[in-house]
Write a protein that binds this ligand. Structure first.
Ligand code: BES
Ligand code: ZN
Ligand code: ZN
Length: 499
């Protein structure tokens, strides 16, 4: 998709459709709206008057411009933007995405958007471009027929009076973030026969080469040498060997904060059958997305490589397939993780925490002082928070607060659940140091988090349970059904704030 920015002359843009956001209870006073209303022969004001459109978020209404008006575009698309004082930069991505999906259906290939955000130009342009790019993602990669063959090929973002350099920077950022989110979504959408740990490592290597990240792949022999008995206990039941993917971003001009290292750590179970604690067959196919935490780390690292923040970032992805097999681990097996702790495996379906145990310990050994791990870790988080909020837990309230604030700015929801020594007591084992499950049906998401916490030594740590938010069961006006690319924008905001 070609992206451009202009700082005036909205109606003169060389596109097929002009898109404008409209607020709730708005009457046509804004000069740009007035001009568009004139171009449509008063159809916009008539539609507002008759309440055909009310400015509610997600609404769309299309109007024709007659060629007699001398503008290149022949359509105006009005997109509802909700209440004016609640409209933020992140909402521009939704408006732009909604427009792009609507127009694509109408076989329109190019549009210019007047987002009407009061925010900074860079942010507005970035969000408009990212929203247009992420709106075009579809699940149909493997279809040979009935595939979506329409595409938006050009988006023009209009901001009155913006500096050219800001527009340029906003476009570059929007592209980097949008493409990286789609990179993550493509990985999450891959079937598990294609995307096994080795293939995930190959894709990471290719991406690293393209973007200039350092990439190291730890195979099983290397992991065994390093004592990663917890991760290896998961991969041992599969024909597919496990992999630890390690990516390193080093800034050219580092900020003054010496010795600090942020690590992003992700769970990548390329398929989760539950292992010997086998899951029921119904909906088991959904477990191909159990590598979404790892895919999020890869997408975030891709964006980081392109955006070049002034802080170093380490990315660690723990990849394994969880299968039942003659060699698979059994409930009651005891394994030793890299930090020396012994784990009694009481449920082989609680495997995400087992691979993350070694991954967070590895990140800290590599010098991480702040660790954010992300995982489709528990069904319990879906029961608690549904698909609107990612569960966040951690050992440092300031870190958790920063992440929640970053998510809010990025237009995503993070909601905190507690961790405390009382909860940690509930995963003490009778015969090993800890067990991998807590009491039945109690605080499942917290149990997962306090387990991971056992493998953090001194680092500040936060855990994101994205089981409910990484996959959308239904399409939205701005986004296809399927993998969402959640948390990438929040993590990038967090990094921006910590520079
Ligand atoms: N990958 C699942 C978590 C999951 C479940 C994600 C449903 C998305 C939808 C994880 O490995 C798992 O199976 N967790 C168990 C933990 C339990 C055995 C303590 C769960 O949530 O039931
Ligand atoms: Zn599981
Ligand atoms: Zn899992």
């Amino acid at each position: 998709m070609e992206s451009q920015g202009i700082n005036g002359n909205f109606t003169q843009a060389n596109v097929e459709a002009l898109v404008v956001a409209i607020f709730k209870n708005e009457s046509i006073k804004d000069p740009a709206l007035k001009e568009l209303d004139g171009l449509t022969g008063g159809q916009i004001s008539a539609a507002l008057k008759s309440e055909e459109i009310k400015g509610e978020a997600g609404e769309t209404a299309m109007f024709r411009i007659s060629s007699a008006n001398g503008v290149k575009a022949n359509r105006v698309l009005v997109v509802g933007a909700g209440e004016r004082d609640k409209y933020k930069a992140a909402d521009v991505a939704v408006a732009s995405g909604t427009a792009a999906r609507y127009l694509r259906k109408c076989n329109v290939k190019s549009f210019a958007i007047l987002s009407r955000s009061n925010g900074e130009a860079i942010e507005t342009v970035q969000n408009a471009v990212q929203g247009a790019i992420t709106s075009q993602f579809e699940l149909d990669k493997y279809k040979t027929k009935d595939k979506n063959d329409k595409a938006i090929t050009k988006v023009v973002v209009c901001i009155d009076g913006a500096k050219g350099s800001d527009i340029k920077a906003g476009i570059a950022r929007g592209r980097a973030i949008g493409d990286s989110m789609n990179f993550t979504r493509d990985l999450a959408n891959e079937p598990p026969n294609i995307l096994h740990p080795t293939e995930m490592a190959n894709r990471a290597q290719k991406m690293a080469k393209e973007t200039g990240l350092k990439c190291e792949i730890l195979d099983e022999a290397k992991m065994r040498k390093m004592g990663m008995g917890s991760l290896l206990s998961v991969s041992q039941g599969s024909e597919q060997p496990g992999r630890m993917i390690v990516l390193r971003y080093t800034p050219e001009k580092p900020s003054k904060k010496k010795g600090e290292l942020l690590a992003l750590v992700g769970k990548a179970i390329t398929f989760d059958t539950g292992g010997i604690s086998l899951k029921p067959g119904e909906n088991m196919d959904a477990m191909k997305y159990d590598m979404s935490g790892g895919a999020t780390v890869l997408g975030a690292m891709r964006a980081i490589a392109l955006l070049k923040p002034s802080v170093p970032v380490l990315g660690v992805v723990a990849a394994a397939e969880n299968m039942p097999d003659g060699r698979a681990s059994r409930p009651s097996d005891i394994v030793t993780a890299m930090n020396g702790k012994t784990i009694e495996i009481l449920n082989t379906d609680a495997e995400g925490r087992l691979v993350l145990a070694d991954a967070v310990a590895y990140a800290e050994k590599e010098g991480a002082t702040t660790i954010v791990d992300m995982a489709t870790l528990t069904g319990a988080v879906i029961i608690a928070l549904g698909d609107q909020n990612t569960g966040i837990l951690g050992n440092d309230q300031n870190l958790v607060d920063q992440l929640i604030a970053s998510a809010k700015e990025a237009g995503e929801g993070f909601w905190q659940l507690p961790v405390s020594p009382e909860y940690s007591k509930q995963i003490k084992s009778d015969i090993a140091d800890i067990k991998n499950i807590g009491p039945r049906m109690k605080a499942g998401t917290i149990m997962g988090a306090v387990f991971i916490q056992e493998f953090i030594d001194k680092a500040k740590w936060a855990h994101l349970d994205i089981a409910g938010t990484a996959w959308a069961d239904a399409a939205q006006p701005h986004q296809a059904k399927g993998p969402t690319g959640v948390a990438i924008r929040s993590l990038l905001k967090f990094i921006e704030r910590s520079e």
